[in-house]
Design a protein around this ligand. Structure first.
Ligand SMILES: NC(=O)c1ccc[n+]([C@@H]2O[C@H](COP(=O)([O-])OP(=O)(O)OC[C@H]3O[C@@H](n4cnc5c(N)ncnc54)[C@H](OP(=O)(O)O)[C@@H]3O)[C@@H](O)[C@H]2O)c1
Length: 230
């Protein structure tokens, strides 16, 4: 049995989640979440004390089976997410709505529900990688913004219900230099512009700050935006 605290990081194979894994690996036992056995195995191999959490978060039964294998847990970082279909409301099908809400809201809520017994036992933490789109919604990303508003509400409710037992944090980055941002800027029809994005390390450090807050404190909501200095 490991003497380290254990954290599950969903979306640990790429982007922000992968950088969170890298920063936590020296001191935490890390459960690396991802869909692909080989991608997860590659990240696990780079950590001193880690294991895989392989499942498609849209697959209810697979998530339940994977969650049942976790017997000890101090924190979960929900980083897995999707952009959904870019475009105006009239272009959004029922399937588009289901896809973005399934990953960004339903999967977060359901996985956390399944983990509540082990998280409560450790007086644990739940960190949700939300977005600036969890506060303000503009044109063409309405499904994504709706999912991020919803998961902010979910986190606020969970925090209120579990106060004194669990600490629940919402992290709200602006644009971040990841595959998702490449997809977004391409959909926006612009050449990829690194001057308007945060580095993954800057955001991952904010997530670690929330996770490693003293236990008399909870980082409830943290907004992190590009400074314009680079
Ligand atoms: N990038 C930004 O500009 C930005 C800004 C604000 C907030 N965020 C939020 O930050 C979080 C991480 O985004 P990112 O930019 O790091 O994204 P990313 O680079 O596109 O990576 C997404 C991650 O989510 C995982 N994932 C997607 N669908 C999944 C599924 N069905 N089951 C399991 N895992 C799945 C992916 O796993 P696979 O490798 O298996 O595909 C990957 O590890 C998201 O919640 C996003 O909304 C991003």
């Amino acid at each position: 049995m490991s003497s380290r605290r254990t954290v599950l990081v969903t979306g640990g194979t790429r982007g922000i989640g992968r950088e969170v894994v890298r920063l936590l690996a020296p001191t935490w036992r890390v459960l690396v979440g991802g869909r692909s056995e080989s991608s997860v195995a590659e990240v696990v191999a780079g950590c001193p004390d880690a294991a895989g959490f392989v499942c498609d978060l849209a697959d209810e039964d697979a998530v339940a089976a994977a969650a049942a294998s976790i017997t000890e847990l101090d924190a979960v970082v929900h980083s897995a997410g999707v952009l959904g279909r870019f475009g105006p409301m009239e272009s959004q099908s029922r399937a588009d709505w289901r896809h973005v809400l399934e990953l960004n809201v339903v999967a977060v809520a359901d996985l956390t529900r399944l983990l509540l017994p082990v998280l409560r036992a450790s007086r644990g933490q739940v960190v949700v990688v939300n977005s600036g789109s969890g506060f303000t919604a503009g044109a063409n990303s309405g499904g994504y913004a709706a999912s991020k508003f919803a998961v902010r509400a979910w986190a606020d409710s969970l925090r209120a219900e579990e106060r004194g037992v669990l600490r629940v944090s919402s992290i709200h980055p602006g644009r971040v230099d990841t595959d998702m941002q490449v997809e977004l800027q391409s959909a926006e029809g612009r050449d990829y512009d690194t001057s308007i994005v945060l580095e993954v390390n800057s955001v991952a450090r904010a997530i670690v700050f929330a996770l490693e807050a003293a236990d008399d404190a909870v980082v409830e909501s943290l907004s992190i935006r590009p400074s314009g200095l680079r």
